[in-house]
Design a protein around this ligand. Structure first.
Ligand code: FMN
Length: 179
């Protein structure tokens, strides 16, 4: 059976750190080592039946990349690849990093954009997460009280990461049929 591929974008390293925590939680029997999306090509990503994709939000509600003044290319530059990809039959779990205090009006919007791109490419998304426990005004990643993936706020709630990750990984293992 295909392993879980973990791909992340980042500017200051937090989303990479979270990817490593998720890899540890899944174990090397189930997952491959996380890879920065700016070092991955579309074929590598499409080679997995199960994916975890993680992104922070930069600029004003944007994906990380050069337009949002990040230091390196990231999801912004990879995104057009999804238009030529067929992800049908694949299960994709997404997570997003954001700051609900300073960016309450565009909280984890990048996660919403990534979610839309993989859904348009035909993927089935898993790992939806309740908005309970977060305070914000608007988010492109939210619909009817649920985020389209796990949301982590490293700026204000870093003490909650470990518990949230453990619960979410158990949930996606179940939803991917890997439990
Ligand atoms: C310039 C700047 C813009 C940001 N814009 C947003 C935003 O629009 N929405 C949001 O939820 N978080 C925003 N954030 C918060 C980051 O997403 C958050 O700090 C994240 O943990 C950074 O992840 P990284 O270390 O992997 O780059 C912004 C942070 C910075 C420094």
């Amino acid at each position: 059976m295909s392993k879980v591929g973990i791909f992340f974008g980042t500017d200051t390293g937090t989303t990479r750190k979270i990817a490593k925590m998720m890899y540890k939680e899944l174990g090397e029997a189930l997952a491959d080592k996380p890879l920065n999306i700016n070092r991955a090509d579309a074929d590598t990503l499409a080679g997995y039946d199960f994916l975890i994709l993680g992104t922070p939000t930069y600029g004003s509600g944007e994906l990380p990349g050069m337009s949002a003044d990040c230091q390196e290319e990231s999801w912004e530059e990879f995104l057009p690849n999804f238009e030529d990809m067929d992800l049908s039959g694949k299960k994709v779990a997404l997570y997003g990093l954001g700051d609900q205090v300073n960016y309450a009006g565009e909280f984890v919007d990048g996660l919403g954009e990534l979610c839309e791109a993989v859904t348009d490419a035909g993927a089935e998304t898993v790992g939806q997460w309740s908005t309970d426990g977060y305070t914000f005004d608007a988010s492109a990643a939210e619909e009817d009280g649920e985020f389209c993936g796990l949301v982590l706020d490293n700026d204000n709630q870093s003490d909650m990461h470990a518990a949230r990750i453990t619960e979410w990984i158990a949930k996606i293992k179940d939803e991917m049929g890997l439990a």
